[in-house]
Design a protein around this ligand. Structure first.
Ligand SMILES: [Cu+2]
Length: 490
């Protein structure tokens, strides 16, 4: 049992034009579950100016396993790159268990791991590990293309857990032209590497009829083809287990994007992530000592609702947060002021569960305003050394990038790898920064950022927001009445 939208997984693709107001009405037809829809990569109160590939999914529990679909913001005018047609390639994970049973295990005492994925899906189709395509109803994914054409492939990482490497046998490079909804300068790669939460746009040329000869099917990765039902004797493509160098310090914006210099940075915050044991043998992830799950907010309500209802007292205390790794001990949230330019350094630290000192990789995603990704590396972040690597390099704006695993284990208190971002704090609101692996989120690898003061956050008047502040409010609507709404654009 899992959650679907309009009867399908992936959910239907949504295409909306840039610069226009589009209505998307979300109905929850599940009598026994809450749901949310997260418009991944978009700051919902700001206008979108360019084409991009986004996606939308439930942000509740493990519903996003199946409740996920592409969201394409179409260009306002001709795109900056020429291509004949496009295809969406959305990766998903298949687990041979219900969402509820996996989730129960993740929060159980003692902890029960979900196990690894049973199959990586392309656009909802795939064959589970140990099964053979073409038998017993197992269908292999097929991407239909025509000869002599250039395709814009829109890759969407909507797996729960898996990092996916992807290639097509006997073809040339993919040319990356976009990442996380932002156009980039062209950058060639031999194969794709996509973590959960990430999107990439690439140009891909198919062969001409003459080049094809009699061969019209090509293996995607391995084990897969609609006519070929057994794996090739030798893998048709060579990938690398070294994941941490893929397209690092490489993707630059097509147009200048106001990248902040080191001297413009006003504050550096570290988020130190580690796996820990909690009471009763459960296993959690904590960020600088704070495990954040749905019940962590002290008010028991969403932060925005609490801010509207309680006013400035619900804003996390900035001074106390600075004295406590960046997060306020009362509200369990990370405050920032509008106008700050943050440098956020995300660290891996070895697990202290059963003294195994293990490490994992984590695709970190930020809601709201995109960030400038200033790179990654093993060990401890060295600002001066990194500044040399940034010379002549202008990072593209991103919303999901990997904190990698460089070694399997290290000594207990070491800093075992980093990812760093710069963020211009300009969008007032409550935004999450979290690992995008669904299992890790449920185990607590999430942070909540409150950006701006009360007046800035509550700039939509209370009477206009009132319908959002409780279940069944007039902003929700139902079968018998249309929700009331506030125009965000003139
Ligand atoms: Cu993670």
């Amino acid at each position: 049992m899992s959650v679907v939208v309009n009867g399908t997984t992936p959910e239907p693709a949504i295409r909306i034009p840039a610069g226009k107001t589009s209505w998307i009405r979300v109905y929850n037809d599940m009598p026994d579950q809450n749901t949310t829809m997260h418009w991944h990569g978009l700051s919902q109160r700001t206008a979108i100016f360019s084409d991009g590939t986004y996606f939308y999914y439930s942000h509740v529990g493990l519903q996003a396993h199946t409740s996920s679909g592409s969201l394409i913001v179409t260009d306002n005018g001709p795109p900056p790159y020429r291509y004949d047609d496009e295809r969406i390639i959305e990766f998903g994970d298949f687990c041979n268990a219900t969402d509820a049973s996996i989730e129960d295990g993740l929060v159980a005492h003692p902890f029960v791991w979900s196990g690894e994925t049973h199959g990586v899906l392309i656009d909802g189709v795939g064959v589970a590990t140990g099964s053979i395509g073409g038998t017993a109803g197992c269908v292999l994914p097929v991407i239909d293309v025509e000869p002599s054409k250039t395709y814009r492939l829109r890759f969407i990482g909507s797996t729960a857990l898996s990092m996916v490497q992807f290639g097509i046998a006997d073809h040339g490079d993919f040319t990356i032209i976009g990442a996380d909804g932002q156009y980039t300068k062209p950058y060639d790669v031999r194969y794709m590497q996509v973590s959960t939460g990430q999107r990439f746009e690439v140009l891909f040329k198919t062969k001409s009829k003459a080049e094809l000869g009699n061969q019209t099917d090509f293996v995607i990765y391995c084990n897969a083809a609609p006519i070929v039902t057994t794996a090739p004797a030798t893998p048709p493509l060579t990938f690398s287990n070294v994941t941490y160098n893929w397209a690092e310090y490489a993707l630059q914006p097509l147009k200048p994007n106001d990248f902040p210099t080191a001297s413009q940075v006003t504050r550096r915050v570290e988020i130190r992530n580690r796996q820990m044991s909690a009471n009763n043998a459960s296993v959690i992830w904590a960020a600088s000592g704070l495990q954040w799950i749905d019940t962590t907010a002290p008010s028991g309500k969403p932060y925005l609702v609490s801010i509207y209802e309680n006013g400035p007292s619900a804003i996390p205390n900035y001074t106390n947060a600075l004295a406590n790794y960046g997060w306020d001990p009362i509200t369990k949230a990370w405050p920032a002021k509008i106008g700050e330019v943050l440098e956020i350094v995300i660290y891996n630290q070895p697990s202290i569960v059963e003294n195994n000192y293990g490490l994992d990789f984590h695709p970190f995603h930020a809601h709201g305003r995109h960030y400038y990704d200033i790179g990654s590396g093993n060990g401890t972040y060295d600002p001066a050394a990194n500044e040399l690597r940034l010379k002549g390099y202008n990072p593209v704006l991103r919303d999901t990038t990997n904190l990698y695993r460089y070694t399997s284990a290290q000594t207990v208190d070491s800093l075992a790898g980093w990812r760093a971002w710069r963020i211009r704090v300009e969008d007032a609101g409550v935004w999450m920064i979290h690992c995008h692996i669904l299992q890790h989120m449920i185990m607590g690898m999430q942070t909540v950022w409150v950006m701006g003061d009360y007046e800035q956050i509550a700039s939509i008047q209370h009477y206009d927001a009132a319908g959002y502040l409780e279940y069944g409010g007039n902003a929700y609507g139902n079968d018998s009445y249309t929700p009331s709404y506030v125009h965000q654009f003139s």
